[in-house]
Design a protein. Structure first.
Length: 97
């Protein structure tokens, strides 16, 4: 075998899933949700809009992230970043059956 050849290595990833995105989401959506999640501290969950905004500010979140969190319904409590993402009008991955 020639050095540096990858022919004998298995393919990495999930068949039919491009760019590592799960079913029901694009790669860009996964990246955007991940970015949002970086600024939601675990200590803020479960939490309402006020707790999420405060937590994001302590992590020095960019203005666009603060604005997204500030647009959440005030009366709702969120358990996970996925719930926050859905409340912002985005899709999470499709459930597998």
């Amino acid at each position: 075998m020639e050095r540096g050849s990858n022919e004998d290595l298995p393919e990495v990833g999930v068949p039919g899933v491009a760019g590592g995105a799960p079913p029901g989401m694009t790669y860009e959506e996964v990246e955007q949700r991940s970015r949002l999640g970086r600024y939601v501290p675990r200590s803020s969950l479960p939490g309402d809009r006020e707790a999420l905004v405060l937590g994001a500010k302590t992590l020095e979140a960019p203005d666009d992230v603060i604005d997204q969190l500030a647009s959440l319904p005030a009366e709702e409590r969120f358990q996970t970043v996925n719930e926050i993402w859905a409340a912002l009008g985005h899709h999470n991955e499709a459930r597998r059956t």
